[in-house]
Write a protein that binds this ligand. Sequence first.
Ligand code: ZN
Length: 167
Amino acid sequence: MSVRTIVTVPNDVLRRKARPVTKFDDKLKTLIDDMIETMREAPGVGLAAPQVAVPERVIVVEFGDEEDEEVPPKLYVMVNPEVTRSSNDTEIGVEGCLSVPGLVGEVERSVSVTIKGKNRHGQPMRLKAKGWLARIFLHEIDHLDGILFTDLATSIWQPEEPIEDRV
Ligand code: ZN
């Protein structure tokens, strides 16, 4: 495993629509392992392949229970993720992105989502997420479509200290 460089705006790869993964081979496994290591090193709680300059539909997320700090963070790897359901219920949260250093913004997103995709072996998977976990998944899936939180934010500012849980 190795830590890859996280690309930042205005790198063009962040604005491209990433292509679906078709081969579940060793190259994909290496990409996933490197993304996990890169996310942990950043540190962040989510990372999409375009953020390491690979325009493919792969995301990793590692996040614990927002209400219970005793629960260890859970790692999710998803290939070709798609949002199949998102609640009409929305909430506003403050997001920061590893690829947009120095800025945060308020983004309105669905409170709960259902996402389907494949795991690293190419087997179908489906999950439900709510709250911050849902937000992280939506942020990462946006990256696969070349969308950054700054496109969606209703307000953007420079925080005095970098926020935790960047994605
Ligand atoms: Zn991001």
